[in-house]
Design a protein around this ligand. Structure first.
Ligand code: NAD
Length: 360
């Protein structure tokens, strides 16, 4: 059984699907690992480290299973063959996804986004591992853009009050953002429409902002708000946001445009020098004034919408992602060292988006 590791080609993508430590684990299990030359270069991992870990440098598309981070381009899909397995972020819920093309090519594709968010699958949950990176980095960016200190400072020249940070949407990224901002000394507050999040917010030393709107949906995710709820939420947030130096937004509803939480009026109400970091830019943004992928200043407030933050920390992002993939591959490996996925297993059945029996 062999796995191939491709060199990523998406703009700005610096991660790699396997790091050498995980290559060594797979080789130890009898798996041949074929790494495309330069696959780790943007994560500062030279080919020689892969060779030392037991991999060969060659054509990753010759392997039984192709591993990648970002969704494949059309050219990359053309290199795959019928019956071959592909594992990676495949954006199955995006309108422009490549699932149809993969199915037409006869590829058995596994989308890491489709792994169920259940306890047993936490070890292979790439949305979570990469969400943690985004949450952490969003706070570092906010601190960089801020005209104010995060921690309280007591100096001979006087005392500076700690920054106040509000996180809107407290899933994995939001919770990490709250924890990171707290470690930097900020006063933190979290808000979400899933009421069970209140306890998690408090567990990282933050206050819970309760606006009285509950919208828990399927599978632990939020549902989309009704027009009436949305108007009520925007108004309540407009009032609340004025009091914060930094607002970090991470609110998502699977397969839907990002919910609009921060209106232009709310930005106008913020103090000059405040910062909004919008992590929902890929699906349109949580802030009305967000320009996805850009940093803009409106009403003297800096609004940054970075895309793909995990790619900006390729060493640890790749390490965590590799461990997710290792756990998924281990689940697929049969006793004889062959890949024999058991589709009675709910994790594999959900993750596999293009086998004959599964609907894409
Ligand atoms: P996500 O990235 O899909 O969304 C981020 C947050 O935005 C969510 O908390 C959501 O409730 C919130 N949100 C959506 N619409 C909103 C609105 N209008 N206003 C305010 N907030 C809004 O979330 P995620 O980090 O992928 O987590 C999704 C779920 O998966 C959560 O229930 C999480 O606890 C669960 N989870 C489970 C496991 C596990 O047990 N294996 C691991 C990770 C996450």
């Amino acid at each position: 059984m062999s796995v191939g590791v491709v060199r990523e080609t998406a703009d700005g993508e610096r991660r790699v699907a396997l790091v050498p430590k995980v290559v060594a684990s797979l080789v130890g299990k009898g798996v041949d690992v074929i790494v495309e030359s330069g696959a780790g270069i943007d994560a500062l991992i030279p080919d020689s480290q892969y060779v030392d870990a037991g991999a060969t440098i060659g054509d990753p598309y010759s392997a039984d299973v192709v591993l990648r981070v970002a969704p494949p381009s059309d050219d990359e899909i053309a290199k795959l063959r019928s019956g071959q397995k592909l594992i990676g972020f495949l954006a199955p819920r995006n309108a422009d996804n490549k699932i149809g093309a993969l199915k037409a090519a006869g590829v058995e594709a596994y989308a890491v986004e489709a792994i169920p968010r259940i306890s047993r699958a936490q070890v292979m949950d790439a949305l979570s591992s990469q969400g943690n990176v985004s949450g952490y980095k969003s706070v570092i960016l906010a601190a960089e853009e801020s005209t104010r200190f995060f921690p309280m400072l007591t100096t001979a020249a006087g005392t500076v009050k700690p920054a106040t940070v509000l996180v809107l949407g407290v899933g994995v990224a939001g919770l990490q953002a709250l924890a990171t901002a707290k470690r930097l000394g900020a006063r933190t507050t979290g808000y979400d429409v899933r009421p069970e999040v209140a306890e998690q917010v408090r567990s990282v030393g933050a206050q819970w902002l309760d606006l009285g709107i509950e919208a828990a949906g399927e599978g632990g995710y939020a549902r989309e708000l009704t027009d009436e709820e949305r108007a009520q939420q925007q108004q309540a947030l407009e009032d609340a946001i004025k009091g914060f130096d930094v607002v970090i937004t991470t609110a998502l509803v699977p397969g839907r445009p990002a919910p609009r939480l921060v209106t232009a009026g709310a930005v106008e109400g913020m103090k000059a020098g405040s910062v909004v970091i919008d992590l929902a830019g890929e699906t349109g943004g949580n802030c009305e004034l967000t320009e996805p992928g850009q940093t803009v200043v409106k009403h003297d407030v800096t609004i940054a919408s970075p895309l793909n933050l995990p790619a900006t920390m390729p060493e640890h992002s790749s390490e965590l992602y590799s461990k997710n993939l290792l756990a998924l591959i281990e689940l697929m490996l049969g006793e004889n060292g062959a890949i024999t996925p058991d589709f009675d297993d709910e994790v594999l059945a959900a993750a596999c988006v293009t086998r004959e029996e599964a609907s894409a």
